[in-house]
Design a protein around this ligand. Structure first.
Ligand SMILES: NC(=O)c1ccc[n+]([C@@H]2O[C@H](COP(=O)([O-])OP(=O)(O)OC[C@H]3O[C@@H](n4cnc5c(N)ncnc54)[C@H](O)[C@@H]3O)[C@@H](O)[C@H]2O)c1
Length: 382
Protein backbone atom coordinates (compact mmCIF):
# COMPACT_ATOMS: atom_id res chain seq x y z
CA UNK A 1 0.00 0.00 0.00
CA UNK A 2 1.25 3.46 -0.90
CA UNK A 3 1.52 6.19 1.72
CA UNK A 4 0.62 9.87 1.47
CA UNK A 5 2.56 11.90 4.00
CA UNK A 6 0.31 14.51 5.62
CA UNK A 7 0.90 17.68 7.54
CA UNK A 8 -1.78 19.22 9.74
CA UNK A 9 -2.08 22.99 10.07
CA UNK A 10 -4.31 23.84 13.04
CA UNK A 11 -4.04 21.29 15.84
CA UNK A 12 -7.31 22.05 17.66
CA UNK A 13 -10.61 20.18 17.73
CA UNK A 14 -10.64 19.13 14.07
CA UNK A 15 -6.89 18.58 13.75
CA UNK A 16 -7.19 15.87 16.40
CA UNK A 17 -10.18 14.36 14.63
CA UNK A 18 -8.17 14.07 11.43
CA UNK A 19 -5.15 12.58 13.20
CA UNK A 20 -7.28 10.06 15.07
CA UNK A 21 -9.01 8.94 11.85
CA UNK A 22 -5.61 8.56 10.14
CA UNK A 23 -4.50 6.33 13.03
CA UNK A 24 -7.48 4.03 12.42
CA UNK A 25 -6.82 3.60 8.69
CA UNK A 26 -6.67 -0.21 8.99
CA UNK A 27 -10.46 0.15 9.26
CA UNK A 28 -10.69 0.66 5.49
CA UNK A 29 -9.32 -2.57 4.00
CA UNK A 30 -9.87 -1.69 0.35
CA UNK A 31 -7.98 1.60 0.29
CA UNK A 32 -4.72 1.49 -1.65
CA UNK A 33 -3.38 4.74 -0.17
CA UNK A 34 -2.90 5.40 3.51
CA UNK A 35 -2.25 8.70 5.32
CA UNK A 36 0.83 9.11 7.50
CA UNK A 37 1.18 12.12 9.77
CA UNK A 38 4.70 13.57 9.46
CA UNK A 39 4.36 17.23 10.39
CA UNK A 40 2.10 19.43 12.49
CA UNK A 41 1.76 23.18 12.76
CA UNK A 42 -0.11 25.23 15.31
CA UNK A 43 0.23 28.95 15.92
CA UNK A 44 0.96 28.38 19.60
CA UNK A 45 2.86 25.26 20.63
CA UNK A 46 1.43 24.74 24.12
CA UNK A 47 2.26 21.38 25.65
CA UNK A 48 -1.43 20.70 26.24
CA UNK A 49 -2.04 20.85 22.50
CA UNK A 50 1.10 19.27 21.12
CA UNK A 51 1.82 16.45 23.61
CA UNK A 52 -1.23 14.45 22.50
CA UNK A 53 0.15 14.41 18.94
CA UNK A 54 3.72 13.58 20.03
CA UNK A 55 2.52 10.81 22.35
CA UNK A 56 0.30 9.14 19.78
CA UNK A 57 2.10 9.72 16.47
CA UNK A 58 5.78 8.76 16.48
CA UNK A 59 5.76 9.37 12.70
CA UNK A 60 5.63 13.16 13.36
CA UNK A 61 9.11 14.52 12.65
CA UNK A 62 8.33 18.22 12.47
CA UNK A 63 6.47 20.44 14.93
CA UNK A 64 6.30 24.11 14.05
CA UNK A 65 4.32 27.26 14.73
CA UNK A 66 5.02 28.61 11.22
CA UNK A 67 2.96 27.05 8.43
CA UNK A 68 5.56 28.19 5.86
CA UNK A 69 8.04 25.80 7.49
CA UNK A 70 5.60 22.94 7.10
CA UNK A 71 5.03 23.88 3.45
CA UNK A 72 8.78 23.99 2.83
CA UNK A 73 9.13 20.43 4.12
CA UNK A 74 9.53 18.12 1.09
CA UNK A 75 8.34 15.19 3.21
CA UNK A 76 4.82 16.68 3.33
CA UNK A 77 2.73 15.70 0.30
CA UNK A 78 -0.75 16.75 1.46
CA UNK A 79 -2.16 19.05 4.13
CA UNK A 80 -5.27 18.93 6.29
CA UNK A 81 -5.94 22.51 7.36
CA UNK A 82 -8.30 23.40 10.23
CA UNK A 83 -7.71 26.98 11.33
CA UNK A 84 -10.05 29.91 12.12
CA UNK A 85 -11.85 31.27 9.07
CA UNK A 86 -9.89 34.55 8.91
CA UNK A 87 -6.80 32.53 7.94
CA UNK A 88 -8.40 30.31 5.29
CA UNK A 89 -7.59 32.41 2.21
CA UNK A 90 -3.99 33.14 3.16
CA UNK A 91 -3.07 29.62 4.26
CA UNK A 92 -5.11 27.62 1.70
CA UNK A 93 -3.62 29.68 -1.13
CA UNK A 94 -0.10 29.15 0.24
CA UNK A 95 -0.70 25.39 0.51
CA UNK A 96 -1.98 25.15 -3.07
CA UNK A 97 0.88 27.31 -4.38
CA UNK A 98 3.38 25.00 -2.62
CA UNK A 99 2.07 22.12 -4.76
CA UNK A 100 0.72 20.11 -1.82
CA UNK A 101 -2.73 18.56 -1.97
CA UNK A 102 -5.27 20.18 0.35
CA UNK A 103 -8.17 18.91 2.39
CA UNK A 104 -9.30 22.20 3.92
CA UNK A 105 -12.02 22.76 6.46
CA UNK A 106 -15.19 24.61 5.61
CA UNK A 107 -16.21 27.36 4.98
CA UNK A 108 -13.21 27.63 2.63
CA UNK A 109 -12.76 31.36 3.13
CA UNK A 110 -14.24 33.81 5.63
CA UNK A 111 -16.42 35.45 2.94
CA UNK A 112 -17.15 35.38 -0.77
CA UNK A 113 -14.06 37.32 -1.83
CA UNK A 114 -11.77 35.09 0.27
CA UNK A 115 -13.50 32.04 -1.20
CA UNK A 116 -13.03 33.35 -4.73
CA UNK A 117 -9.36 34.05 -4.05
CA UNK A 118 -8.98 30.39 -3.01
CA UNK A 119 -10.87 29.26 -6.14
CA UNK A 120 -8.48 31.29 -8.28
CA UNK A 121 -5.54 29.37 -6.75
CA UNK A 122 -7.36 26.07 -7.27
CA UNK A 123 -7.82 26.86 -10.97
CA UNK A 124 -4.21 27.96 -11.34
CA UNK A 125 -2.98 24.63 -9.95
CA UNK A 126 -4.97 21.79 -11.54
CA UNK A 127 -2.18 19.37 -10.59
CA UNK A 128 -3.12 19.76 -6.91
CA UNK A 129 -6.20 18.02 -5.46
CA UNK A 130 -8.19 20.49 -3.37
CA UNK A 131 -11.30 19.37 -1.51
CA UNK A 132 -13.39 20.74 1.35
CA UNK A 133 -13.88 18.85 4.61
CA UNK A 134 -17.61 18.35 5.23
CA UNK A 135 -18.55 14.94 6.49
CA UNK A 136 -22.33 14.80 7.01
CA UNK A 137 -23.11 13.62 3.49
CA UNK A 138 -21.40 10.32 4.34
CA UNK A 139 -24.11 9.09 6.71
CA UNK A 140 -25.60 6.01 5.02
CA UNK A 141 -29.07 7.59 4.93
CA UNK A 142 -27.72 10.72 3.21
CA UNK A 143 -25.70 8.68 0.73
CA UNK A 144 -28.93 6.87 -0.17
CA UNK A 145 -30.73 10.21 -0.70
CA UNK A 146 -27.88 11.57 -2.85
CA UNK A 147 -28.08 8.41 -4.94
CA UNK A 148 -31.85 8.93 -5.32
CA UNK A 149 -31.20 12.49 -6.52
CA UNK A 150 -28.66 11.20 -9.04
CA UNK A 151 -31.18 8.60 -10.25
CA UNK A 152 -33.90 11.30 -10.58
CA UNK A 153 -36.05 9.16 -8.27
CA UNK A 154 -37.96 12.09 -6.76
CA UNK A 155 -39.75 13.12 -9.95
CA UNK A 156 -40.62 16.78 -9.94
CA UNK A 157 -39.29 18.28 -6.69
CA UNK A 158 -42.06 19.88 -4.63
CA UNK A 159 -39.94 21.20 -1.76
CA UNK A 160 -36.59 20.79 0.01
CA UNK A 161 -36.47 21.42 3.74
CA UNK A 162 -33.09 21.14 5.42
CA UNK A 163 -31.06 22.58 8.23
CA UNK A 164 -28.50 22.28 10.98
CA UNK A 165 -29.67 23.01 14.52
CA UNK A 166 -27.74 23.40 17.77
CA UNK A 167 -28.72 24.50 21.25
CA UNK A 168 -25.69 24.95 23.53
CA UNK A 169 -25.62 28.71 22.85
CA UNK A 170 -28.95 29.00 24.66
CA UNK A 171 -26.82 29.14 27.81
CA UNK A 172 -25.95 32.87 28.22
CA UNK A 173 -23.00 31.87 30.43
CA UNK A 174 -21.30 29.88 27.70
CA UNK A 175 -17.97 31.68 27.22
CA UNK A 176 -17.30 33.35 23.89
CA UNK A 177 -14.85 31.73 21.48
CA UNK A 178 -13.53 32.72 18.03
CA UNK A 179 -16.53 31.13 16.29
CA UNK A 180 -18.77 33.77 17.87
CA UNK A 181 -16.92 36.79 16.50
CA UNK A 182 -17.33 38.36 13.07
CA UNK A 183 -13.62 39.13 12.98
CA UNK A 184 -12.49 35.50 13.07
CA UNK A 185 -15.61 33.53 12.07
CA UNK A 186 -16.95 35.96 9.45
CA UNK A 187 -20.08 37.98 8.76
CA UNK A 188 -22.02 34.87 7.78
CA UNK A 189 -22.28 33.88 11.46
CA UNK A 190 -24.00 30.51 11.80
CA UNK A 191 -24.27 30.21 8.00
CA UNK A 192 -20.47 30.08 7.65
CA UNK A 193 -20.09 27.88 10.68
CA UNK A 194 -22.88 25.36 10.05
CA UNK A 195 -24.54 26.26 6.76
CA UNK A 196 -21.97 24.91 4.31
CA UNK A 197 -22.42 21.42 5.74
CA UNK A 198 -25.99 21.43 4.51
CA UNK A 199 -25.75 23.70 1.45
CA UNK A 200 -23.37 21.18 -0.09
CA UNK A 201 -26.35 18.86 -0.75
CA UNK A 202 -28.26 21.20 -3.07
CA UNK A 203 -25.00 22.11 -4.82
CA UNK A 204 -24.22 18.41 -5.29
CA UNK A 205 -27.72 17.89 -6.67
CA UNK A 206 -26.98 20.52 -9.31
CA UNK A 207 -29.94 22.66 -8.20
CA UNK A 208 -29.26 26.32 -8.85
CA UNK A 209 -30.19 28.95 -6.28
CA UNK A 210 -32.15 31.70 -8.09
CA UNK A 211 -33.01 34.06 -5.24
CA UNK A 212 -33.29 34.09 -1.47
CA UNK A 213 -35.06 35.84 1.39
CA UNK A 214 -33.28 35.50 4.72
CA UNK A 215 -33.92 36.51 8.30
CA UNK A 216 -30.95 36.49 10.67
CA UNK A 217 -31.00 36.79 14.46
CA UNK A 218 -28.36 37.78 16.98
CA UNK A 219 -30.04 36.43 20.11
CA UNK A 220 -27.12 36.69 22.55
CA UNK A 221 -25.38 39.97 21.84
CA UNK A 222 -22.97 39.57 24.77
CA UNK A 223 -21.11 36.62 26.28
CA UNK A 224 -18.59 36.26 29.07
CA UNK A 225 -14.92 36.07 28.06
CA UNK A 226 -12.48 33.74 29.82
CA UNK A 227 -12.35 36.09 32.83
CA UNK A 228 -16.13 36.26 33.13
CA UNK A 229 -16.36 39.84 31.81
CA UNK A 230 -19.24 40.39 29.37
CA UNK A 231 -17.99 41.24 25.87
CA UNK A 232 -19.85 41.84 22.59
CA UNK A 233 -20.90 38.73 20.69
CA UNK A 234 -21.57 40.13 17.25
CA UNK A 235 -22.36 37.13 15.04
CA UNK A 236 -25.69 35.89 13.71
CA UNK A 237 -26.81 33.04 15.95
CA UNK A 238 -29.59 31.89 13.65
CA UNK A 239 -30.45 32.27 10.00
CA UNK A 240 -33.60 31.15 8.20
CA UNK A 241 -33.56 31.22 4.41
CA UNK A 242 -36.31 30.70 1.88
CA UNK A 243 -34.59 30.12 -1.44
CA UNK A 244 -35.96 29.43 -4.91
CA UNK A 245 -34.08 26.56 -6.50
CA UNK A 246 -34.06 25.50 -10.11
CA UNK A 247 -33.56 21.97 -11.38
CA UNK A 248 -31.83 22.74 -14.69
CA UNK A 249 -32.47 19.26 -16.08
CA UNK A 250 -36.26 19.34 -15.64
CA UNK A 251 -36.46 23.13 -15.83
CA UNK A 252 -38.57 23.18 -12.64
CA UNK A 253 -38.36 25.70 -9.81
CA UNK A 254 -39.18 24.87 -6.20
CA UNK A 255 -38.71 26.27 -2.65
CA UNK A 256 -35.93 25.33 -0.25
CA UNK A 257 -36.21 26.23 3.41
CA UNK A 258 -32.89 26.23 5.21
CA UNK A 259 -32.42 26.76 8.93
CA UNK A 260 -28.96 27.15 10.40
CA UNK A 261 -29.50 27.82 14.07
CA UNK A 262 -27.02 27.83 16.89
CA UNK A 263 -29.90 28.45 19.26
CA UNK A 264 -32.75 26.03 18.72
CA UNK A 265 -33.94 24.77 22.10
CA UNK A 266 -33.55 21.04 22.54
CA UNK A 267 -31.46 20.42 19.43
CA UNK A 268 -27.92 19.13 19.40
CA UNK A 269 -26.06 18.77 16.11
CA UNK A 270 -29.33 18.05 14.30
CA UNK A 271 -28.35 18.04 10.61
CA UNK A 272 -31.50 17.21 8.67
CA UNK A 273 -32.63 16.86 5.08
CA UNK A 274 -36.17 16.37 3.78
CA UNK A 275 -36.94 16.19 0.09
CA UNK A 276 -40.48 15.92 -1.25
CA UNK A 277 -41.13 15.04 -4.89
CA UNK A 278 -44.01 13.82 -7.02
CA UNK A 279 -42.57 10.29 -7.28
CA UNK A 280 -40.76 9.96 -3.95
CA UNK A 281 -40.01 11.67 -0.67
CA UNK A 282 -37.09 11.16 1.74
CA UNK A 283 -36.49 12.33 5.29
CA UNK A 284 -33.29 12.06 7.32
CA UNK A 285 -32.15 13.65 10.57
CA UNK A 286 -29.14 13.17 12.84
CA UNK A 287 -31.63 13.10 15.71
CA UNK A 288 -32.16 9.51 14.73
CA UNK A 289 -29.21 8.87 12.42
CA UNK A 290 -30.01 5.26 11.75
CA UNK A 291 -33.42 5.98 10.35
CA UNK A 292 -34.19 6.89 6.76
CA UNK A 293 -37.79 7.54 5.79
CA UNK A 294 -38.80 7.03 2.19
CA UNK A 295 -42.16 7.37 0.49
CA UNK A 296 -42.40 6.05 -3.04
CA UNK A 297 -45.55 7.13 -4.82
CA UNK A 298 -46.85 4.93 -7.60
CA UNK A 299 -50.51 5.86 -7.17
CA UNK A 300 -52.89 4.57 -4.53
CA UNK A 301 -52.23 4.80 -0.79
CA UNK A 302 -49.28 6.85 0.38
CA UNK A 303 -47.17 5.51 3.20
CA UNK A 304 -43.76 6.32 4.64
CA UNK A 305 -41.35 3.44 4.93
CA UNK A 306 -38.99 3.54 7.96
CA UNK A 307 -35.67 1.98 7.09
CA UNK A 308 -33.08 1.24 9.77
CA UNK A 309 -29.91 1.83 7.81
CA UNK A 310 -26.99 -0.41 8.70
CA UNK A 311 -23.29 0.33 8.33
CA UNK A 312 -23.67 0.83 4.58
CA UNK A 313 -20.72 2.95 3.57
CA UNK A 314 -19.42 4.21 0.26
CA UNK A 315 -15.87 3.14 1.14
CA UNK A 316 -15.72 -0.41 2.50
CA UNK A 317 -14.85 -0.85 6.17
CA UNK A 318 -14.21 -3.82 8.45
CA UNK A 319 -17.36 -2.99 10.47
CA UNK A 320 -20.25 -5.42 10.11
CA UNK A 321 -23.39 -4.09 8.47
CA UNK A 322 -25.46 -4.56 11.65
CA UNK A 323 -23.59 -1.86 13.59
CA UNK A 324 -24.39 1.84 13.94
CA UNK A 325 -22.65 4.55 11.97
CA UNK A 326 -21.44 7.68 13.80
CA UNK A 327 -19.56 10.99 13.69
CA UNK A 328 -16.04 9.50 13.56
CA UNK A 329 -17.13 7.13 10.80
CA UNK A 330 -18.50 9.99 8.71
CA UNK A 331 -15.26 11.91 9.09
CA UNK A 332 -13.28 8.84 8.07
CA UNK A 333 -15.46 8.27 4.99
CA UNK A 334 -14.81 11.87 3.97
CA UNK A 335 -11.05 11.31 4.30
CA UNK A 336 -11.44 8.10 2.31
CA UNK A 337 -13.18 10.09 -0.45
CA UNK A 338 -10.23 12.49 -0.55
CA UNK A 339 -7.67 9.67 -0.57
CA UNK A 340 -9.63 7.68 -3.16
CA UNK A 341 -9.68 10.63 -5.54
CA UNK A 342 -5.99 11.26 -4.91
CA UNK A 343 -5.21 7.67 -5.75
CA UNK A 344 -7.53 7.12 -8.74
CA UNK A 345 -7.78 10.62 -10.20
CA UNK A 346 -11.59 10.60 -9.96
CA UNK A 347 -14.22 10.08 -7.25
CA UNK A 348 -15.82 6.71 -6.57
CA UNK A 349 -19.20 8.07 -7.71
CA UNK A 350 -21.24 11.28 -7.59
CA UNK A 351 -22.71 10.73 -4.12
CA UNK A 352 -19.43 9.67 -2.51
CA UNK A 353 -17.21 12.45 -3.89
CA UNK A 354 -15.49 14.74 -1.39
CA UNK A 355 -17.07 18.24 -1.52
CA UNK A 356 -15.36 20.31 -4.21
CA UNK A 357 -14.38 24.00 -4.03
CA UNK A 358 -16.99 24.74 -6.72
CA UNK A 359 -19.77 23.19 -4.63
CA UNK A 360 -18.70 25.21 -1.61
CA UNK A 361 -18.59 28.36 -3.75
CA UNK A 362 -22.35 27.93 -4.38
CA UNK A 363 -22.89 28.13 -0.61
CA UNK A 364 -20.86 31.34 -0.41
CA UNK A 365 -22.92 32.96 -3.16
CA UNK A 366 -26.10 31.97 -1.34
CA UNK A 367 -24.96 33.21 2.09
CA UNK A 368 -23.68 36.49 0.68
CA UNK A 369 -27.10 37.07 -0.88
CA UNK A 370 -28.73 36.05 2.42
CA UNK A 371 -26.81 38.75 4.31
CA UNK A 372 -27.98 41.36 1.80
CA UNK A 373 -31.54 40.04 1.99
CA UNK A 374 -31.61 40.34 5.76
CA UNK A 375 -30.12 43.83 5.67
CA UNK A 376 -32.57 45.16 3.08
CA UNK A 377 -35.55 43.03 4.15
CA UNK A 378 -35.89 41.97 0.51
CA UNK A 379 -35.58 39.02 -1.80
CA UNK A 380 -32.15 39.01 -3.43
CA UNK A 381 -31.34 37.49 -6.82
CA UNK A 382 -28.32 35.19 -6.81
N1 LIG B 1 -16.12 19.46 9.86
C1 LIG B 1 -16.64 19.78 11.05
O1 LIG B 1 -17.56 19.15 11.54
C2 LIG B 1 -16.08 20.95 11.81
C3 LIG B 1 -16.35 21.11 13.17
C4 LIG B 1 -15.76 22.19 13.84
C5 LIG B 1 -14.95 23.09 13.16
N2 LIG B 1 -14.75 22.90 11.81
C6 LIG B 1 -13.88 23.84 11.05
O2 LIG B 1 -12.51 23.51 11.33
C7 LIG B 1 -11.73 24.69 11.37
C8 LIG B 1 -11.05 24.78 12.72
O3 LIG B 1 -12.03 24.67 13.73
P1 LIG B 1 -11.69 23.96 15.13
O4 LIG B 1 -12.99 23.69 15.77
O5 LIG B 1 -10.71 22.85 14.94
O6 LIG B 1 -10.99 25.19 15.85
P2 LIG B 1 -9.99 25.16 17.10
O7 LIG B 1 -10.00 26.53 17.66
O8 LIG B 1 -10.28 24.01 17.99
O9 LIG B 1 -8.58 24.86 16.40
C9 LIG B 1 -7.97 25.78 15.53
C10 LIG B 1 -6.45 25.69 15.77
O10 LIG B 1 -5.78 26.47 14.80
C11 LIG B 1 -4.69 27.13 15.45
N3 LIG B 1 -4.33 28.28 14.65
C12 LIG B 1 -4.94 29.49 14.59
N4 LIG B 1 -4.32 30.26 13.69
C13 LIG B 1 -3.30 29.54 13.16
C14 LIG B 1 -2.30 29.79 12.19
N5 LIG B 1 -2.21 30.98 11.58
N6 LIG B 1 -1.40 28.81 11.91
C15 LIG B 1 -1.48 27.63 12.54
N7 LIG B 1 -2.40 27.32 13.48
C16 LIG B 1 -3.30 28.27 13.77
C17 LIG B 1 -5.24 27.46 16.83
O11 LIG B 1 -4.19 27.69 17.77
C18 LIG B 1 -6.05 26.21 17.14
O12 LIG B 1 -5.27 25.22 17.79
C19 LIG B 1 -12.69 25.83 11.03
O13 LIG B 1 -12.63 26.08 9.65
C20 LIG B 1 -14.05 25.29 11.41
O14 LIG B 1 -15.12 25.86 10.70
C21 LIG B 1 -15.28 21.85 11.15
Amino acid sequence: MKTIRFGIIGCGLMGREFASAAARWCHLPEMDLRPELVSICNRTLSAAKIDWYRDNFPSIKQVTCDYQELLANPQVEAVYCAVPHNFHAEIYRAIIASGKHLLGEKPFGIDLSANEAILESVRAHPEVLVRCASQYIYYPGVQRILQMIEDHAFGRIIEVDSGFLHCSDLDPNKPINWKRTNELNGQYGSMGDLGLHIAVVTARAGWEAINTRAICLNIMSQRPDSTGKLVPCDTWDNATLLTELKDPIRNDNFPWTLRVHRIMPGERNSWYLNIYGTKAGARFSLKNPRQLQILRYTGGEQSWQNIDMGFETAYATITAGIFEFGACDAFMQMMAAFMYELSRGKPLNGAAACPSPEEIHEGHRLFTAALESHKNKATVAI
